[in-house]
Design a protein around this ligand. Structure first.
Ligand code: LMR
Length: 396
Protein backbone atom coordinates (compact mmCIF):
# COMPACT_ATOMS: atom_id res chain seq x y z
CA UNK A 1 0.00 0.00 0.00
CA UNK A 2 2.71 2.46 0.93
CA UNK A 3 5.54 1.30 -1.31
CA UNK A 4 5.23 4.30 -3.62
CA UNK A 5 4.87 6.86 -0.85
CA UNK A 6 7.57 9.44 -1.16
CA UNK A 7 9.32 11.09 1.74
CA UNK A 8 7.80 14.53 2.23
CA UNK A 9 10.30 17.39 2.41
CA UNK A 10 11.11 18.62 5.89
CA UNK A 11 8.83 21.45 7.03
CA UNK A 12 10.82 24.65 6.51
CA UNK A 13 10.12 25.85 10.07
CA UNK A 14 9.02 22.98 12.30
CA UNK A 15 11.41 20.61 10.51
CA UNK A 16 14.25 22.77 11.82
CA UNK A 17 13.18 21.97 15.38
CA UNK A 18 13.73 18.27 14.67
CA UNK A 19 17.19 19.00 13.31
CA UNK A 20 17.95 21.33 16.22
CA UNK A 21 16.89 18.76 18.81
CA UNK A 22 19.18 16.17 17.23
CA UNK A 23 22.16 18.56 17.11
CA UNK A 24 24.82 17.75 19.74
CA UNK A 25 26.58 21.12 19.47
CA UNK A 26 26.51 22.52 23.06
CA UNK A 27 26.50 26.09 21.70
CA UNK A 28 23.41 25.54 19.52
CA UNK A 29 20.83 28.34 19.35
CA UNK A 30 17.35 27.93 17.90
CA UNK A 31 16.38 31.06 15.97
CA UNK A 32 14.26 29.00 13.59
CA UNK A 33 10.72 28.75 14.88
CA UNK A 34 8.85 31.86 16.07
CA UNK A 35 8.96 31.30 19.81
CA UNK A 36 9.78 33.85 22.53
CA UNK A 37 12.31 32.81 25.17
CA UNK A 38 13.25 34.96 28.16
CA UNK A 39 16.74 36.24 28.85
CA UNK A 40 17.63 32.96 30.57
CA UNK A 41 16.65 31.06 27.45
CA UNK A 42 13.50 29.70 29.09
CA UNK A 43 10.03 29.52 27.58
CA UNK A 44 7.96 31.78 29.85
CA UNK A 45 4.92 30.54 31.72
CA UNK A 46 3.15 33.86 32.22
CA UNK A 47 2.07 34.84 35.73
CA UNK A 48 -1.43 35.67 34.50
CA UNK A 49 -1.69 32.14 33.07
CA UNK A 50 -0.43 30.56 36.30
CA UNK A 51 -2.94 32.50 38.40
CA UNK A 52 -5.81 31.60 36.07
CA UNK A 53 -4.75 27.94 36.04
CA UNK A 54 -4.47 27.82 39.84
CA UNK A 55 -8.02 29.09 40.15
CA UNK A 56 -9.16 26.50 37.61
CA UNK A 57 -7.41 23.72 39.53
CA UNK A 58 -9.12 24.82 42.74
CA UNK A 59 -12.53 24.55 41.15
CA UNK A 60 -12.14 21.62 38.74
CA UNK A 61 -14.82 21.21 36.12
CA UNK A 62 -15.95 18.14 34.17
CA UNK A 63 -14.78 17.90 30.55
CA UNK A 64 -17.76 17.44 28.28
CA UNK A 65 -17.60 18.23 24.59
CA UNK A 66 -17.37 21.91 23.77
CA UNK A 67 -19.73 23.37 21.20
CA UNK A 68 -18.19 23.22 17.72
CA UNK A 69 -17.25 26.88 17.87
CA UNK A 70 -15.53 26.49 21.24
CA UNK A 71 -15.68 28.18 24.63
CA UNK A 72 -18.35 30.91 24.45
CA UNK A 73 -16.55 33.26 26.87
CA UNK A 74 -13.39 32.83 24.82
CA UNK A 75 -15.09 33.65 21.53
CA UNK A 76 -16.58 36.76 23.14
CA UNK A 77 -13.17 37.78 24.50
CA UNK A 78 -11.58 37.32 21.06
CA UNK A 79 -14.23 39.52 19.49
CA UNK A 80 -13.70 42.33 21.96
CA UNK A 81 -9.90 42.08 21.72
CA UNK A 82 -9.91 42.11 17.93
CA UNK A 83 -12.73 44.57 17.23
CA UNK A 84 -13.01 46.51 20.50
CA UNK A 85 -15.59 46.02 23.26
CA UNK A 86 -17.58 49.08 22.29
CA UNK A 87 -17.19 48.64 18.56
CA UNK A 88 -20.21 48.61 16.33
CA UNK A 89 -19.49 45.12 14.89
CA UNK A 90 -19.41 43.58 18.38
CA UNK A 91 -22.44 45.51 19.60
CA UNK A 92 -24.50 44.67 16.56
CA UNK A 93 -23.47 41.01 16.71
CA UNK A 94 -22.23 40.83 13.13
CA UNK A 95 -18.93 39.10 13.90
CA UNK A 96 -18.87 35.32 13.57
CA UNK A 97 -16.06 33.95 15.75
CA UNK A 98 -15.03 30.36 16.29
CA UNK A 99 -12.22 29.05 18.46
CA UNK A 100 -9.51 27.51 16.29
CA UNK A 101 -6.66 25.11 16.91
CA UNK A 102 -4.07 27.86 17.02
CA UNK A 103 -3.87 30.62 14.46
CA UNK A 104 -3.21 27.94 11.86
CA UNK A 105 -6.55 26.39 12.77
CA UNK A 106 -8.26 29.74 12.31
CA UNK A 107 -6.70 30.05 8.87
CA UNK A 108 -7.75 26.51 7.98
CA UNK A 109 -11.38 27.05 9.00
CA UNK A 110 -11.41 30.18 6.85
CA UNK A 111 -9.69 28.50 3.91
CA UNK A 112 -12.09 25.54 3.86
CA UNK A 113 -15.13 27.80 4.21
CA UNK A 114 -13.87 30.08 1.42
CA UNK A 115 -13.28 27.12 -0.86
CA UNK A 116 -16.99 26.30 -0.61
CA UNK A 117 -17.98 29.95 -0.93
CA UNK A 118 -15.65 30.99 -3.76
CA UNK A 119 -14.32 27.77 -5.29
CA UNK A 120 -12.72 29.49 -8.28
CA UNK A 121 -11.07 32.37 -6.47
CA UNK A 122 -7.32 32.69 -6.46
CA UNK A 123 -5.41 33.32 -3.27
CA UNK A 124 -2.67 35.95 -3.14
CA UNK A 125 -0.08 35.86 -0.37
CA UNK A 126 2.82 38.23 0.18
CA UNK A 127 6.20 37.48 -1.33
CA UNK A 128 7.62 36.26 0.95
CA UNK A 129 5.05 35.09 3.48
CA UNK A 130 4.82 32.74 6.43
CA UNK A 131 5.93 29.46 4.93
CA UNK A 132 2.67 27.71 5.77
CA UNK A 133 0.30 30.18 4.07
CA UNK A 134 0.91 28.82 0.60
CA UNK A 135 0.72 25.19 1.68
CA UNK A 136 -2.40 25.73 3.77
CA UNK A 137 -4.43 27.47 1.05
CA UNK A 138 -3.13 25.09 -1.63
CA UNK A 139 -4.17 22.16 0.56
CA UNK A 140 -7.65 23.69 0.76
CA UNK A 141 -7.74 23.48 -3.04
CA UNK A 142 -6.83 27.01 -4.08
CA UNK A 143 -4.36 28.23 -6.66
CA UNK A 144 -1.98 30.35 -4.63
CA UNK A 145 0.03 33.19 -6.13
CA UNK A 146 1.84 36.08 -4.56
CA UNK A 147 1.92 39.86 -4.53
CA UNK A 148 5.26 41.70 -4.25
CA UNK A 149 6.15 42.64 -0.69
CA UNK A 150 9.81 42.60 0.23
CA UNK A 151 12.27 44.92 -1.45
CA UNK A 152 15.71 43.47 -0.74
CA UNK A 153 17.65 46.43 -2.15
CA UNK A 154 15.67 48.92 -0.09
CA UNK A 155 15.41 46.64 2.95
CA UNK A 156 11.75 47.43 3.26
CA UNK A 157 8.42 46.98 1.54
CA UNK A 158 7.94 47.21 -2.21
CA UNK A 159 4.71 49.02 -1.63
CA UNK A 160 4.21 50.20 -5.21
CA UNK A 161 4.54 46.61 -6.37
CA UNK A 162 2.13 45.38 -3.72
CA UNK A 163 -0.49 47.99 -4.54
CA UNK A 164 -0.17 47.45 -8.28
CA UNK A 165 -0.78 43.72 -7.80
CA UNK A 166 -3.87 44.36 -5.69
CA UNK A 167 -5.16 46.93 -8.14
CA UNK A 168 -4.98 44.43 -10.99
CA UNK A 169 -6.23 41.37 -9.10
CA UNK A 170 -9.41 39.77 -10.39
CA UNK A 171 -12.63 40.46 -8.52
CA UNK A 172 -13.11 38.03 -5.67
CA UNK A 173 -9.40 37.27 -5.21
CA UNK A 174 -8.59 36.31 -1.65
CA UNK A 175 -5.73 38.43 -0.33
CA UNK A 176 -3.88 37.24 2.74
CA UNK A 177 -2.49 40.23 4.65
CA UNK A 178 -0.34 40.31 7.78
CA UNK A 179 -2.12 42.63 10.23
CA UNK A 180 1.12 43.42 12.08
CA UNK A 181 4.69 42.17 12.55
CA UNK A 182 5.01 40.77 9.04
CA UNK A 183 6.30 37.21 9.08
CA UNK A 184 9.04 36.70 7.88
CA UNK A 185 10.34 40.17 7.00
CA UNK A 186 9.51 42.23 10.09
CA UNK A 187 8.52 45.13 7.82
CA UNK A 188 4.98 46.47 8.13
CA UNK A 189 3.29 48.97 5.87
CA UNK A 190 2.37 52.38 7.28
CA UNK A 191 -1.07 53.51 8.32
CA UNK A 192 -1.42 55.58 5.13
CA UNK A 193 -0.35 52.60 3.03
CA UNK A 194 -2.99 50.48 4.77
CA UNK A 195 -5.56 53.05 3.65
CA UNK A 196 -4.40 52.53 0.07
CA UNK A 197 -4.53 48.74 0.43
CA UNK A 198 -8.03 48.98 1.84
CA UNK A 199 -9.09 51.24 -1.04
CA UNK A 200 -7.75 48.65 -3.50
CA UNK A 201 -9.51 45.79 -1.67
CA UNK A 202 -12.75 47.75 -1.86
CA UNK A 203 -12.40 48.93 -5.45
CA UNK A 204 -11.41 45.51 -6.80
CA UNK A 205 -13.94 43.65 -4.60
CA UNK A 206 -11.21 41.49 -3.10
CA UNK A 207 -11.69 39.30 -0.04
CA UNK A 208 -9.25 40.32 2.69
CA UNK A 209 -7.98 37.63 5.04
CA UNK A 210 -5.97 39.21 7.83
CA UNK A 211 -3.57 37.02 9.73
CA UNK A 212 -2.90 38.52 13.16
CA UNK A 213 -0.64 36.12 15.05
CA UNK A 214 1.61 38.71 16.70
CA UNK A 215 -0.70 41.31 18.19
CA UNK A 216 1.20 43.10 20.95
CA UNK A 217 4.68 42.26 19.67
CA UNK A 218 5.03 45.32 17.45
CA UNK A 219 4.04 48.58 19.12
CA UNK A 220 1.26 47.49 21.49
CA UNK A 221 -2.04 45.64 21.54
CA UNK A 222 -4.11 48.59 20.35
CA UNK A 223 -1.55 49.88 17.86
CA UNK A 224 -0.99 46.45 16.30
CA UNK A 225 -4.70 45.82 15.99
CA UNK A 226 -5.50 49.26 14.55
CA UNK A 227 -5.75 47.95 11.01
CA UNK A 228 -8.86 45.98 11.94
CA UNK A 229 -10.66 49.24 12.78
CA UNK A 230 -9.66 50.60 9.39
CA UNK A 231 -11.21 47.63 7.57
CA UNK A 232 -14.36 48.03 9.65
CA UNK A 233 -14.54 51.77 8.92
CA UNK A 234 -14.23 51.02 5.21
CA UNK A 235 -17.40 48.95 5.41
CA UNK A 236 -15.71 45.74 4.31
CA UNK A 237 -16.56 42.18 5.18
CA UNK A 238 -13.39 40.27 5.94
CA UNK A 239 -11.68 37.40 7.72
CA UNK A 240 -9.23 37.65 10.59
CA UNK A 241 -7.36 34.76 12.14
CA UNK A 242 -5.79 35.34 15.53
CA UNK A 243 -3.53 33.42 17.86
CA UNK A 244 -2.58 33.45 21.54
CA UNK A 245 0.36 31.12 21.03
CA UNK A 246 2.89 33.93 21.23
CA UNK A 247 1.06 36.64 23.17
CA UNK A 248 0.15 34.24 26.00
CA UNK A 249 3.16 31.96 25.52
CA UNK A 250 0.64 29.13 25.15
CA UNK A 251 2.14 27.56 22.03
CA UNK A 252 1.27 23.97 22.84
CA UNK A 253 -2.28 24.74 23.93
CA UNK A 254 -3.13 25.73 20.34
CA UNK A 255 -5.39 28.65 21.17
CA UNK A 256 -6.48 30.63 18.14
CA UNK A 257 -9.60 31.79 16.40
CA UNK A 258 -11.25 32.83 13.18
CA UNK A 259 -13.48 35.89 13.14
CA UNK A 260 -15.51 36.89 10.11
CA UNK A 261 -17.08 40.32 9.87
CA UNK A 262 -20.46 40.03 8.17
CA UNK A 263 -23.14 42.50 7.07
CA UNK A 264 -25.61 41.70 9.83
CA UNK A 265 -26.23 39.51 12.86
CA UNK A 266 -28.40 37.24 10.78
CA UNK A 267 -25.67 36.84 8.16
CA UNK A 268 -23.10 36.17 10.91
CA UNK A 269 -25.30 33.35 12.19
CA UNK A 270 -25.37 31.73 8.75
CA UNK A 271 -21.61 32.16 8.32
CA UNK A 272 -20.95 30.69 11.76
CA UNK A 273 -23.12 27.70 10.89
CA UNK A 274 -20.85 27.03 7.88
CA UNK A 275 -17.72 27.48 9.98
CA UNK A 276 -19.17 24.85 12.32
CA UNK A 277 -19.59 22.43 9.41
CA UNK A 278 -15.89 22.86 8.58
CA UNK A 279 -14.95 22.32 12.23
CA UNK A 280 -17.20 19.29 12.67
CA UNK A 281 -15.83 17.57 9.60
CA UNK A 282 -12.20 18.31 10.48
CA UNK A 283 -11.93 17.74 14.23
CA UNK A 284 -15.46 17.95 15.63
CA UNK A 285 -14.86 20.53 18.35
CA UNK A 286 -11.86 22.18 20.02
CA UNK A 287 -10.11 21.72 23.37
CA UNK A 288 -11.19 23.28 26.63
CA UNK A 289 -8.09 24.16 28.62
CA UNK A 290 -6.11 26.82 26.74
CA UNK A 291 -9.13 28.78 25.59
CA UNK A 292 -10.56 28.79 29.13
CA UNK A 293 -7.27 30.13 30.50
CA UNK A 294 -7.24 32.92 27.90
CA UNK A 295 -10.90 33.76 28.51
CA UNK A 296 -10.38 33.85 32.28
CA UNK A 297 -7.43 36.21 31.88
CA UNK A 298 -9.00 38.51 29.30
CA UNK A 299 -12.32 38.71 31.14
CA UNK A 300 -10.76 39.54 34.53
CA UNK A 301 -9.56 43.18 34.76
CA UNK A 302 -6.64 42.41 37.10
CA UNK A 303 -5.39 39.44 35.12
CA UNK A 304 -5.88 41.31 31.89
CA UNK A 305 -3.70 44.17 33.20
CA UNK A 306 -1.07 41.65 34.29
CA UNK A 307 -1.14 40.05 30.84
CA UNK A 308 -0.65 43.42 29.15
CA UNK A 309 2.31 44.10 31.43
CA UNK A 310 3.88 40.71 30.71
CA UNK A 311 3.31 41.08 26.98
CA UNK A 312 4.91 44.54 27.08
CA UNK A 313 7.94 43.05 28.83
CA UNK A 314 8.36 40.53 26.04
CA UNK A 315 8.02 43.25 23.41
CA UNK A 316 10.55 45.52 25.14
CA UNK A 317 13.06 42.69 25.58
CA UNK A 318 12.86 41.77 21.90
CA UNK A 319 13.55 45.39 20.95
CA UNK A 320 16.55 45.47 23.27
CA UNK A 321 17.90 42.27 21.68
CA UNK A 322 17.57 43.83 18.23
CA UNK A 323 19.84 46.66 19.34
CA UNK A 324 22.26 44.21 20.98
CA UNK A 325 22.37 42.23 17.76
CA UNK A 326 23.24 45.33 15.74
CA UNK A 327 25.92 46.36 18.27
CA UNK A 328 27.23 42.83 18.62
CA UNK A 329 27.59 42.35 14.88
CA UNK A 330 29.55 45.57 14.64
CA UNK A 331 31.79 44.52 17.53
CA UNK A 332 32.29 41.14 15.83
CA UNK A 333 33.73 42.93 12.82
CA UNK A 334 30.75 43.10 10.46
CA UNK A 335 31.36 46.12 8.21
CA UNK A 336 27.92 46.14 6.59
CA UNK A 337 25.31 48.47 8.10
CA UNK A 338 23.03 46.11 10.03
CA UNK A 339 20.92 48.85 11.63
CA UNK A 340 17.93 47.71 9.55
CA UNK A 341 17.45 45.03 12.24
CA UNK A 342 16.13 47.71 14.60
CA UNK A 343 13.68 49.05 12.05
CA UNK A 344 12.04 45.65 11.72
CA UNK A 345 9.41 44.70 14.30
CA UNK A 346 7.90 41.61 15.80
CA UNK A 347 9.69 38.37 16.48
CA UNK A 348 11.70 38.10 13.31
CA UNK A 349 14.55 39.64 11.47
CA UNK A 350 14.87 39.02 7.77
CA UNK A 351 18.63 39.09 7.76
CA UNK A 352 19.31 39.07 4.04
CA UNK A 353 21.62 36.07 4.50
CA UNK A 354 21.55 33.55 1.67
CA UNK A 355 20.50 29.93 1.98
CA UNK A 356 24.17 28.87 1.83
CA UNK A 357 25.02 31.21 4.67
CA UNK A 358 22.08 29.95 6.73
CA UNK A 359 23.15 26.35 6.14
CA UNK A 360 26.70 27.21 7.20
CA UNK A 361 25.39 28.93 10.33
CA UNK A 362 23.51 25.77 11.20
CA UNK A 363 26.14 23.18 10.30
CA UNK A 364 29.26 24.96 11.48
CA UNK A 365 27.99 27.00 14.43
CA UNK A 366 24.70 25.43 15.54
CA UNK A 367 22.81 28.69 14.86
CA UNK A 368 19.44 27.79 13.39
CA UNK A 369 17.37 30.14 11.23
CA UNK A 370 15.22 29.36 8.21
CA UNK A 371 16.78 28.91 4.77
CA UNK A 372 15.20 32.20 3.72
CA UNK A 373 17.40 34.09 6.17
CA UNK A 374 14.70 34.61 8.80
CA UNK A 375 15.93 34.65 12.39
CA UNK A 376 13.78 34.73 15.50
CA UNK A 377 15.29 37.58 17.49
CA UNK A 378 12.87 36.75 20.33
CA UNK A 379 15.10 33.76 21.12
CA UNK A 380 18.26 35.83 21.55
CA UNK A 381 19.52 36.41 25.09
CA UNK A 382 22.57 37.70 26.95
CA UNK A 383 24.11 34.23 26.95
CA UNK A 384 23.78 33.37 23.27
CA UNK A 385 24.09 36.78 21.61
CA UNK A 386 27.90 36.79 21.36
CA UNK A 387 27.98 33.34 19.79
CA UNK A 388 25.27 34.33 17.32
CA UNK A 389 27.05 37.57 16.38
CA UNK A 390 30.44 35.89 15.99
CA UNK A 391 28.88 33.11 13.87
CA UNK A 392 27.04 35.54 11.58
CA UNK A 393 30.22 37.61 11.22
CA UNK A 394 32.06 34.48 10.07
CA UNK A 395 29.55 33.57 7.35
CA UNK A 396 29.06 37.10 6.06
C1 LMR B 1 6.70 30.62 12.84
O1 LMR B 1 6.49 31.28 11.82
O2 LMR B 1 7.82 30.20 13.16
C2 LMR B 1 5.57 30.33 13.78
O3 LMR B 1 4.40 30.89 13.31
C3 LMR B 1 5.43 28.89 14.08
C4 LMR B 1 4.88 28.09 12.95
O4 LMR B 1 3.89 27.42 13.17
O5 LMR B 1 5.43 28.13 11.85
Amino acid sequence: LFSAVEMAPRDPILGLNEQFNADTNPAKVNLGVGVYYDDKGKLPLLQCVQIAEKAMMEAPKPRGYLPMDGVAAYDAAVKTLVFGADSEPVKSGRVATAQGIGGTGGLKIGADFLKKLSPNAKVLISDPSWENHRALFAQAGFTVESYPYYDAAKRGVNFDGMLAALNTAAEGTIVVLHACCHNPTGYDITSTQWDQVIAAVKARKLTAFLDMAYQGFGHGIVEDGAVIGKFVAAGLNFFVSTSFSKSFSLYGERVGALSVLCESKEEAERVLSQMKVVIRTNYSNPQIHGATVVANVLNNPELRALWEKELAEMRVRIKAMRQKLVDGLKAAGVKEDMSFITTQIGMFSYSGLSKDQMVRLRNEFGVYGTDTGRMCVAALNSQNINHVCASIAKVL
